[in-house]
Design a protein around this ligand. Sequence first.
Ligand code: 5RP
Length: 268
Amino acid sequence: MDWGMRNRLSKLIQRDGRALFIPIDHGYFQGPTRKLEKPGETIKPLLPYADAIMLTRGILRNCIDPTVDKPIILRVSGGTSMARRDELDQEGQITSVREAIRLNACAVSMSIFVGAPGEHQTLLNFARLVDECEDYGIPTMAVTAVGAELEKRDARYLALASRIAAELGARVVKTYYCEEGFEKVVDGCPVPIVIAGGPKVDSELEVFNWVYDAIQKGAIGVNLGRNIWQHDYPVAMAKAIRAIIHENATPKEAQQVFEETKRATTSG
Ligand code: 5RP
């Protein structure tokens, strides 16, 4: 692997082999998502706990201080919207690799929609992106997207989509966690896997359980958005999840970190 690729990957994946990415890219098809109306304000208190942040060029340019000392994962796919839910899988490349370099991105991310009408188009888009990014030593993160079909998130589907992403050359794969058979997803994918959370769930312990179990089964970390920043205590969530990822905390220990941070926030 070339020096530039290794250097960028080492900024994303920490020395312990783990990673906590916080995505704030949701507006690229959802518009002003709840608690992400002002993305710069949402992410600011969370930056100390993130190993990298994922976002589009528009939000990067307009909402993030360019002196920020955090690796950027630039989302370069899109072109669809919630206004046409049936066509969410029809993404194209919306940002060039040249622009990613100009913005000093550490990696780029693109969605692939395996099993959807847009499968062929999005897989070819991703393969082309890999070709170009490899020329410049830029890691690609494939986002195994399910659009509005959240029920697709079972081990069989996730293993299929993740393996295809790796076969096409992804350096990192972002997929979802599933309770049954997640180890099959990891075992069948020869590149590091991070998990997303999907829509916010009611209990923080549920999130800590997913993250912990995913790590035990071989994921290197998370690319977790709504279950951090849509929570009433986002910093407490980020700290607790960081403890699982980088300090091998159990879900119970993570809950303690969460409660302590929440208490300090409330009393402060
Ligand atoms: C959709 C994405 C998100 O970055 C990804 O889904 C992670 O966010 P969340 O944990 O909120 O699902 O690719 O825009």
